[in-house]
Each structure stands twice: as structure tokens, then as C-alpha cells.
Design a protein around this ligand. Structure first.
Ligand code: DC
Length: 242
């Protein structure tokens, strides 16, 4: 039905078909590469929605920890993921808020217990299947910049543009360390570097949808580049593909 309407409009107005269909930009990459900062600014520039899929794994982890569910208990975690207790709300500025049981839990998704537990949640295939289906539904609603680890490879393999954003582990740790110092959070550069390397290993070695670069993605290395430069490059790529 939707295709017929679009096609009729296209014939009537002679507008390029691609202008009327939602555009999906996938950004994947390792922890700390700047995906969220870049993705949010890119979405602002293009007036697209922005979805940080890591928040969905984090919300599920938060709800499980609060309910005392063992994060390793795959059947129980899958029931929780499918129970409809977690809702995602897109605010007018394009950002995402997460409600758990009707309460705004957005600021509770980056606490240390969630940080520690979320890689266990994200390794469960039954959970991933449910969250990936929801991510695809959301991507069908409006043009979107979606960031994560498996967006270009699994969630949206036919996305119009796929970016694999990376930076050296040292640079990623340096940025995290700078952020932590600004926020008054303890942690030396060496500790942050070893945590970064550990999370890289967990994300890349897990059996279910490990982090890897999609073959048809564009590799962008953000070492020695400002956020603005990276966003400009992606906007140019998006425009050149229209
Ligand atoms: O990007 P982040 O740190 O908020 O991600 C939290 C966890 O979720 C991390 O362990 C990687 C995982 N994740 C994933 O497996 N797939 C995604 N699409 C997004 C995040």
C-alpha cells in the first residue's frame, strides 16, 4: 500500500523515489569511538531520528538487576525483553528516553552495575533476536541514524549508508579519561585503557553478532579528527549517495 502511494506520487511529481522513503544510516564501531556523539550530531544535521541501540541492552540490564533476575538466565531475560515493560520515547529533539514500568529510567542506564552487567545481556541470542526485531520496527517509522555494534551487519544489512567508526584504543581511552576527570569520576588512564581493551575483546569475541565491520561499510578513523570533521564527512557521504 505504502509503496503504491509513493509510486503514484513519484509518477505525478517526478520526484526521485529515494526522497520519499526513510533513510537509514548505520554506525557501528568499538566502545569509545565517538559513535553516540557523532550519531546524535549527524541526526540533528539531517533532521533524522537518533537511536543508540546500546541503551536498549542497558535498559534490559537495568530492569533485570532491579527485579533480581540472573543476567545469565536466558529464558527469563527473553521473557523480560518481550514483556513490553520497557518503552522507548523519541523526544522532539530526536533523542531517546527509556521508561521502565512507566517510570523514566534514562539516567539510570549508565551506572556502574549496568556497565558491568550489560555485556552479559548483550551476549544472549534470544534477547538479541527480540531487540533486533524492535530496532527494525523503529527504523521503519522514520529516517534514522542508528548506532551500535551490529547495525550494518545484522539489524539493517540494507541500510543506505553504513559507517564503521573507529579510533585507536589509546585515543579512545584518552577521551574517556578526559570525560571522567571532567565528571569527577575516579580512574587512571591505564585503568581505562585496560577496561577499553577488555570490552573490545568481549564485543568482538562473543558468538552472537560479534562486533565486525560490514563489508560494504565506510571505515572512518576518528584519531586526530574533531567530532565536527567526522560529522561533515558522513554528511558528504550521505549526500553523495542520494
Ligand atoms: O554502546 P554501549 O556501551 O552503550 O553498549 C552497551 C553494551 O551493549 C555493550 O556491551 C555492547 C552491547 N551492544 C550490542 O551488543 N549491540 C548493539 N547494537 C549495541 C550495544
Amino acid at each position: 500500500m505504502r509503496f503504491r502511494q509513493i509510486h503514484a506520487a513519484w509518477k505525478r511529481e517526478s520526484i526521485p523515489l529515494t526522497w520519499t522513503i526513510e533513510t537509514r544510516i548505520a554506525i557501528d564501531g568499538p566502545v569509545g569511538a565517538g559513535k553516540t556523539t557523532v550519531g546524535r550530531q549527524l541526526a540533528d544535521r539531517l533532521d533524522y531520528r537518533f537511536l543508540d541501540t546500546g541503551l536498549m541492552y542497558r535498559a534490559l540490564t537495568r530492569a533485570a538487576l532491579d527485579d533480581g533476575i540472573d543476567l545469565d538466565d536466558e529464558p527469563a531475560m527473553a521473557v523480560l525483553a518481550g514483556a513490553g515493560r520497557i518503552e522507548y520515547r523519541f523526544s522532539p529533539d530526536g533523542g531517546l528516553s527509556v521508561d521502565i514500568d512507566g517510570e523514566d529510567a534514562t539516567i539510570l542506564l549508565r551506572t556502574a552495575d549496568v556497565d558491568r552487567g550489560v555485556s552479559i545481556t548483550a551476549a544472549l541470542p534470544a534477547v538479541r533476536a527480540i531487540l533486533v526485531a524492535r530496532q527494525r520496527e523503529i527504523a521503519g517509522e522514520a529516517s534514522i541514524v542508528m548506532v551500535g555494534r551490529d547495525i550494518g551487519t545484522v539489524v539493517l544489512p540494507d541500510a543506505e549508508l553504513k559507517i564503521y567508526l573507529t579510533a585507536s584504543a589509546e585515543e579512545r581511552a584518552r577521551r574517556r579519561h578526559e570525560e571522567s576527570m571532567k565528571l569527577g569520576i575516579d580512574g587512571t588512564y591505564d585503568e581505562i585503557l585496560s577496561a577499553t581493551l577488555r570490552r573490545d575483546r568481549i564485543d568482538s569475541d562473543r558468538a552472537a553478532s560479534p562486533l565486525m565491520q560490514a563489508e560494504d561499510s565506510v571505515l572512518l578513523d576518528s584519531d586526530n579528527k574533531s567530532v565536527r570533521q567526522v560529522v561533515d564527512e558522513i554528511v558528504e557521504l550521505a549526500e553523495s549517495r542520494r
